[in-house]
Write a protein that binds this ligand. Structure first.
Ligand code: MG
Length: 373
């Protein structure tokens, strides 16, 4: 473990767990959180959930699992450099996408629309719900009983309405206080990871091209550097080298700028972090370059007709599943029927959100296709 800065989260200033437990031996509280997350069923399901490309489209594209691992790797490097709690960052980043529906954002949007009359569906809140309630593996409590700081980091956003129902972990959204620097950092690690791997996956899929990317400043800058150093290089290696260069620049810039921010704000405790402005961030120049890259990906990858077509199918699948379960509760597996009696439509949302891409496709076929399966 690295030397912790005074503003880091530590076991000493942690607000602890909802259900008190004995201290772990041989590992820290946050290492225990990470271990619980890795052993959860929801974590295993990430392997078959989409990031941008649907799971069956190819074996080399990122899934939510490989995405989460990349986020954890980037997050830990940054944490170590800033004297922040690396174990906490690892726990937050590995858990940050646990609540995602099948089929990425299309699935989440569809489920949110379906749940409109029943409180809506928010994937960040669902990630918290997974670790707080839905995992059933301990005798003494529901969920994983994670430390407050891990839960705070997982709940990146939440509506005010839902924040009011959440108790301590919802308070910061009502009082407009900042989460720990570890939680702030996890968001940036997420952003660095997905922007860069979407470039890589986008090129691999052929939906975007190197030619197009040469108009994007941060990409062309790094591509030029690679070409200068290695004039003859197969395209795949050139892309890897360029992406590696971009990640390195972003991580380095984030560390340097955040260090300056922390120093300027004279933050000397965790309590001070909560009332200071957000302190983890990029320099203005890199922020602008990141925005340009994001816009490029939005216009050319996420809105590519093939991605839109897949999203439309995903939307349709989730919508049909939700509506058929709502009109005939007996189509739900028995445990979800019981849950529906207690919790209403939230039970259907939990069932659907927990599905992997391929499970949702299979369930759709079982329900709507007149074939043997
Ligand atoms: Mg993510």
């Amino acid at each position: 473990m690295n030397e912790l800065a005074v503003y880091a989260v530590s076991s000493g200033n942690s607000r602890g767990r909802e259900v008190p437990e004995e201290l772990p031996t041989g590992r820290s509280e946050f290492q225990r959180d990470r271990d619980r997350i890795i052993h959860s069923a929801a974590f295993r399901r990430l392997e078959y959930k989409t990031q941008v490309f649907v799971n069956h489209e190819g074996d080399l594209f990122r899934t939510r699992l490989t995405h989460s691992l990349e986020v954890a790797q980037i997050g830990r490097s940054i944490a170590r450099n800033l004297g922040l709690n690396e174990d906490l960052v690892e726990a937050i980043t590995l858990a940050h996408d646990l609540g995602h529906t099948p089929f990425g954002h299309a699935g989440q949007d569809a489920l949110n629309e379906c749940m409109r009359d029943y409180g809506g569906f928010e994937h960040n809140l669902q990630s918290l719900r997974v670790v707080d309630v839905l995992e059933e593996r301990y005798a003494a409590f529901d969920g994983l009983n994670l430390c407050y700081e891990t839960r705070e980091g997982i709940l990146k956003h939440v509506s005010r309405k839902n924040a009011q129902k959440l108790g301590a972990v919802g308070e910061r959204f009502l009082q407009r206080r900042r989460p720990s620097l570890e939680a702030q950092l996890a968001n940036f690690a997420d952003e660095i990871a997905y922007n860069n791997h979407d470039v890589d996956d986008g090129l691999r899929s052929g939906l975007i091209t190197l030619d197009q990317l040469e108009d994007v400043a941060i990409f062309s800058h790094h591509l030029e550097q690679v070409k200068e150093k290695y004039p003859v290089l197969p395209e795949r290696r050139m892309v890897y080298e360029t992406v590696r260069g971009m990640i390195n620049t972003l991580v380095t810039d984030l560390i340097q700028q955040s260090r300056r921010n922390i120093k300027a704000a004279k933050v000397e405790s965790l309590t001070a972090v909560h009332v200071a402005p957000p302190l983890i961030g990029f320099s203005q120049q890199i922020k602008k370059q990141q925005q340009e890259l994001k816009k490029f990906l939005l216009d050319n990858l996420y809105r590519h007709f093939r991605v839109v077509r897949m999203s439309a199918k995903a939307h349709h699948t989730i919508e049909r599943l939700f509506s058929v379960f709502s009109s005939e509760i007996k189509l739900l597996p028995t445990q979800y029927q019981k849950k529906f009696d207690r919790e209403g439509h939230q039970a259907i949302a939990d069932y659907i959100a927990g599905m992997t891409d391929r499970y949702a496709i299979k369930e759709y076929q079982r329900l709507f296709a007149i074939v043997e399966n």
